[in-house]
Design a protein around this ligand. Structure first.
Ligand code: NAI
Length: 708
């Protein structure tokens, strides 16, 4: 930070106050103090007729300093609502000059100014507080509805979405867009105000938009109903609605106090702590512990994808979306055509849903080229293999890729379970082999597990992590083990869900309990989406592998329900029936008596007397073993840190973000509690449920996963 985080310069009769607090001009205590003083000085200066508030560098301001949340306020600095209040009450017009991002507290500050001018290019404004489990706490919930109307304000604040300049102008958030230098534009705007004798336009006094909303008394109740489902247990969107309701029913200052109290209550809540954890965990995941920050990442200009099935097509789209040319290799002209058609259909669907313009679709499609000849991959910088999950096939293909591709190229595998070291050993460049485990659908899901083999070089890791970021993904670095972090934990979870069915639960009950916990879907609806046949095939392959290696069959508890369902040809959504049945073309799971009978039959075969399974038991039985497996993964060094496991589960499996991910959740409910329950379960059922040594140690020491 420079000596003075807010500078005051004079432009004729306009005072220009510039926030200078790199990197994002966050509104920490020093900035608030300096801004408050600078405003007071400008107001006291008889030579000043109007004030412009701007930001130096990349943006006006990224908002509050999140690290200050939940800490006692600095005694020697005003809080943001006070700073904004004094600006709004000013008797000279105050203009905000917005460029880059004005998020959260920064937009609240701008809304406290009397007028707003924004750069036409690269401007984004919004109130994303809800994503951190809080509400805007410096008047945003009061001033935004007064500025743009109740409904659009509710939509912006409950989604947390940042919007671009043009839309901000259309909504009325900004008064004018400037094509060139925004500061010059704002100064000119302020000069015109002063010359025209226009005084302050205080947002707190703007009542017309509220009056419109009051004419529709059911508006708030309807909106509350509407967001309930999408919030999935998260508290902050509903709290935003409460604050806006207060704007309609209470005098301004009272409603402002209500907003502040709501903010303070939520900032101290477990949900907000979890969401802040998720925010930092995502950033932390990008850092590789033993990788010096200056490790060079090679530029990736040309990518190649081998295999254009479900995953390959999605990965090729991901490259094209990021503006990287992708050559797609298939094994025959027919399959290639099918694969390219898959890519085209996905884009066409986006155009139909108005997510993409036809023009943009054409541009992106032009980046994808097909081939059936490996020689055409010779100039690729980065190759992702996404062919069938078969070790012999993959080894053969990697040996051939090694021969065909230029020496500097990185060869990545999208395997979801196989040993990356063994695949790398099939090449003469094991240092440039890595796993990039995308999730399905690869163009939508943000997670990539980046799998580091024992020979993978630092440069290869740095390049792959940087590439993931460029692709708009969140990468978590993991080590080699069967099924890596996410799926390995998923098996621990899914297995117990199946056992619960044998003991007395039904798929719809398990799914509902898991959904009520906050997941978008339970394990059985997920199974129907992914394909019941997929897991079935994997289990068959594993059993065959074991036999081929001369190992005795695994005698641990096994549930055959899923296999029986697959054997009936019930593969899930794609066949119209699986764990559930589906109306023609529908995606809503409908409980099926045939499955209930099948499950009851298996209980009987196994001599298990069916009993009532409660929802809390479902959570405990499914999620504690999930945490337990996470503990083993952490202890084995497969994940770098507990928060990376949280990132994997939030972005790859829909673990409720507001619970912070499985490891953070375990810390919050208490490692001891999880350990005690695991001991109890192990005592009764043995087999898969042995408590992880790390879990035992942390329970004994009163430690947390965060501290490992
Ligand atoms: P898929 O069966 O949909 O696609 C595989 C494609 O590879 C097919 O189009 C096939 O023609 C092509 N192919 C096979 N051998 C080839 C060769 N020698 N040369 C060129 N193309 C060849 O399979 P999917 O589901 O896309 O899986 C691909 C990989 O991604 C597997 O390793 C899988 O474990 C992994 N994966 C799959 C996920 C999923 O949800 N489907 C999720 C994450 C990883």
């Amino acid at each position: 930070m420079g000596a003075e985080p807010v500078t005051r310069t004079q432009r004729g009769r306009i005072a220009l106050l510039t926030i200078d607090n790199p990197p994002v001009n966050s509104l920490g205590a020093a900035v608030r103090r300096a801004l408050d003083r600078a405003v007071a000085a400008a107001l006291a200066d008889p030579g000043t007729t109007a004030i412009v508030i701007a930001g130096k560098g990349r943006m006006l301001s990224g908002g509050a300093d999140i690290r200050e949340f939940g800490k006692p306020p600095a005694a020697d600095a005003p809080v943001l609502p006070q700073v904004i209040d004094r600006i709004e009450r000013a008797d000279k017009p105050v203009v905000a000059a917005i460029h880059g991002t004005a998020a959260g507290g920064a937009l609240e500050l701008a809304l406290g100014c009397h007028y707003r001018v924004a750069a036409a290019e690269n401007t984004r404004v919004g109130l994303p507080e809800v994503t951190l489990g809080i509400v805007p706490g410096a008047g945003g919930t009061q001033r935004l509805p007064r500025t743009i109307g109740v409904k659009p304000a509710l939509e912006m604040m409950t989604s947390g979405e940042l919007i671009a300049a043009k839309r901000a102008l259309a909504l009325g958030i900004v008064d004018e867009l400037v094509a060139g230098d925004v500061v010059e534009g704002a100064v000119t705007f302020a000069e015109a105000l002063a010359a025209g004798g226009k005084g302050p336009r205080r947002t707190r006094e703007r009542e017309d938009k509220l009056a419109e909303a009051r004419a529709n008394p059911s508006l708030i109740a309807e909106f509350r109903q509407q967001i309930k489902r999408s919030a999935r247990g998260q508290e902050s969107p509903g709290a935003v609605v409460d604050c806006v309701e207060a704007a309609l029913t209470k005098p301004f200052d009272e409603a402002l106090a209500f907003e502040r109290a709501t903010f303070q209550r939520l900032v101290a809540s477990d949900q907000s702590k979890a969401l802040r954890h998720a925010f930092f965990a995502e950033r932390e995941a990008a850092h590789v512990k033993d990788l010096p920050e200056d490790t060079p990442a090679a530029p990736i200009n040309r990518a190649a994808v081998m295999g254009c099935g479900t995953m390959g097509a999605g990965i090729a789209i991901t490259f094209a979306n990021a503006g990287i040319a992708a050559r797609v290799l298939e094994s025959s002209p027919e399959l290639l055509e099918k694969g390219i058609a898959r890519i085209r259909q996905t884009y066409a669907g986006m155009v139909d849903r108005k997510r993409l313009s036809q023009d943009e679709m054409d541009k992106r499609l032009a980046l994808v080229a097909g081939t059936t000849s490996m020689a055409d991959l010779a100039d690729a910088d980065f190759v992702v293999e996404a062919i069938f999950e078969d070790m012999a096939l993959k080894k053969d293909v990697f040996a051939r890729l090694d021969a065909a591709c230029k020496p500097a190229a990185i060869l990545a595998t999208n395997t979801s379970s196989l040993d990356v070291n063994e695949i790398a050993a099939a090449t003469r460049r094991p240092d440039r082999v890595i796993g990039t485990h995308f999730f399905s659908p690869a163009n939508v899901m943000r997670l990539v597990e980046t799998v580091r083999g024992k020979a993978t070089s630092r440069e290869t890791i740095a390049t792959s992590m940087a590439l993931a970021k460029k692709l708009g993904k969140v990468a978590a670095l993991v080590g080699v083990c069967d099924s890596f972090v996410g799926n390995r934990m998923y098996y621990a979870y899914g297995r117990q869900a199946n056992f619960l069915l044998e003991e007395g639960a039904l798929p719809q009950q398990v799914d509902k309990a898991i959904q009520d916990f906050g997941f978008p879907m339970g394990p059985f609806a997920t199974g129907d989406l992914a394909g019941v046949d997929v897991g079935h095939r994997i289990r068959q392959q594993r059993a065959a592998q074991r036999a081929a290696q001369g190992l005795p069959p695994d005698t641990r508890r096994y549930s055959a329900i899923a296999d029986r369902i697959a054997e009936k040809g019930r593969y899930g959504q794609k066949t119209g029936q699986g764990w559930y049945r589906y109306e023609k073309g529908g995606r809503a799971p409908i409980p099926d008596p045939e499955i209930e009978a099948l499950i009851a039959g298996i209980s009987k075969e196994k001599g298990i007397e069916r009993r009532t399974v409660t929802d809390p038991e479902i959570i405990e039985r499914c999620l504690y073993p999930l945490v337990n497996e996470g503990a083993k993964i952490l202890e084995e060094g497969i994940a770098q840190r507990a928060s990376d496991i949280d990132v994997v589960w939030i972005y790859g499996y829909g673990f409720p973000r507001w619970r912070g991910g499985p490891m953070f959740w375990a810390d919050q409910i208490g490692v001891q509690k999880v350990y005690d329950a695991m001991c109890r379960l192990y005592e009764r059922d043995r087999d898969w449920l042995e408590p992880a040594p790390l879990l035992a140690r942390l329970a004994k020491e009163g430690g947390t996963f965060a501290s490992v």
